[in-house]
Design a protein around this ligand. Sequence first.
Ligand code: BGC
Length: 742
Amino acid sequence: MNYKGFFFACLLAVSVSVVAQSPVYLDPSHGIEARVEDALSRMTLSEKIAVIHAQSKFSSAGVKRLGIPDFWTDDGPHGVRPDVLWDEWEQAGQTNDSCVAFPALTCLASTWNPQMANLYGHSLGEEALYRNKNMILGPGVNIYRTPLGGRNFEYMGEDPYLASRMVVPYIQGLQSLGVASCVKHYCLNNDEEYRHQVNVILSDRALHEIYLPAFEAAVKEGHAWGIMGAYNLYKDEHNCHNSITLNKILKQDWGFDGVVVSDWGGAHDMDQAIRNGLDMEFGTWTDGLTMGATNAYDNYYLSKMYENAIRQGKYTTKELDEKVRRVLRLFFRTNMNKQRPYGFLCSEAHYEAARQIAQQGIVLLQNTGNVLPIRIEACRKILVVGENAIKMMTVGGGSSSLKAQHEISPLQGLQQRLAGKVDVEFARGYVGDATGSYNGVTTGQNLQDDRTPDALIAEAVEKARTADYVVIFGGLNKSDYQDCEGHDRKSMDLPYGQDRLIKALAEVNPKTIYVNISGNAVTMPWLNKVPAIVQGWFLGSETGTALASVLVGDVNPSGHLPFTWPSSLQDVGAHALDAFPGIWRDSEKKIIDEEYKEDIFVGYRWADKKKIRPTFAFGHGLSYTTFKVSNLRVKNKVTHDGQMTFTVDVTNTGNREGDDVIQLYISDLKSSVERPVKELKAFQRVSLKPGETKTVTLTTDRRALSFWDEVSGDWKAEPGDFQAFVGDASNNLPCKVKFTLQ
Ligand code: BGC
């Protein structure tokens, strides 16, 4: 052998021995399950215990000896939360943790566009990768049960089907980058005020038909790698360690192979934490917001006390190994995945995504006399009124609070768009909450204004008299008891005396436009006096740009409501039946039993049943053009397997390009159980040029015809006649067709 040959022989020998020595768990050529088993077999008891609980506010330990790094989570769901100190809720003071704030999930849901959900998840995932976060604590898919819900803005509305279709692509977008989602809050977390004490009582039908489908889709179709248990109880067990919701439904029935993460401080009992499905314990001895014991990690339920109990023979390692397997699987999917791409923070593409989602989610609720869009050519002065025109909304609201690199306010958005063309004046109109800070992030805005409400209204009215348009930005904010974690709203009315202001302005200016900033419905006693109403959500970094583009007509509005907008609380099942927030079980006030008496009749299901006309219906959303939906056809009027294909023609009958959201609802004409009048079962967004017609295809499956049968504990579709309704809002369904399941 010559010198060269000898050299290559040596190289081969060395590389063969390196390959031979590379342990299975580190070698990606082996499947994940083989790597999990190999890593598990190498871990000591203490190492296993270390990976199943937190070591800081947002991280858990990896296995240093085996080269497995720490695992980092972060909120979620609207952007990557800035870093707090290791063991404090206060800011770590990083200078590289400002992010793009994406629109709140209520806005995402109102796009009715699964592609936007995918873009959202993907963009957020890139930001998470840059920040070295392995799991985003989101998205949230709790059902909008009452407009008082403090966290409704973080969720995807009232309808299980809509939320299901939107959550799946969000997860896929995020996880395609090797960043885990942690879908929350599983389940029945519909009460903020008493979230730690509420024990939900409901029928199996309501559980399966209304409150679980979005989680089920997240698991079965989105293949979510994480689920966060909710704070509240179900059947007297906390949802972070619940034998029915976690062991039976999530893991056994749905085959979930990811990790169950406790909500921060949601674990309460060692034995239940061991046996009832919890895999990673976080935030114990904190309230998840501001309070907490220092360095409590060794005192977690799944920490030293569990380790000692195993050493004392009280438990085998059976449950522990099962948890560790799931955690290792998560590691190999995320921080041990060497194929993960690089991330980007605050890239132009992310701002563009945030803007596009916001533009598609803004809902034109009312436009009497076509006051909107603002005609710039015929306009000299616009008066902008209201605290929400200037207040930064990305700070506040609880754990979803962000440190946005920039946030363009509605006023700035209009000023930028109209610069050099129209005078934009501002009047404060009302003072809501002049403060702006969360966990040490401050907006830096000085919003203090000590004038009386009368003086503020008088100033706005005076300026409104000479304005071509008045645009009021009001609504809620992210302060306590508004749209904020930890509390529910106390009333459905607009706070801070806004109703008086809005009425006064509408009286002096016929071109008054009200833009409501919130994640919840509010009462509108001035509804018939204000010609144009827009739902502006919490839109994140690009708030002002997106709103301005819709108001002046650069973008034709196309969002549709993901919840019913009732005219008062009495039109909501939970309130009509006095079933929110429940009844204290005893004088100690430890548990409050909340019976969901309205059962499956949530949102439009309740309005339909009681023949209530809401202020704005579920699925409602106007455009600057008009559409006609016609010629509904069904492929096979008799079906054996429940698979159905419907086609319908949609024509743009106006003179502007625009998008419509075509919705299909199904009604079971005869059933052995009471069923909703109709339920959403398919939808499709469609873009049309003026005069253009497109044929939209909508498909449904057997589940779309089924109800949850409490006797068999399964879905059941009863043979018989059904009716499908198609249109572009739950109260505008001009086409219908009957079909039969045999
Ligand atoms: C919230 C969760 C959040 C967690 C961590 C809790 O208070 O309920 O949604 O992910 O804190 O911040």
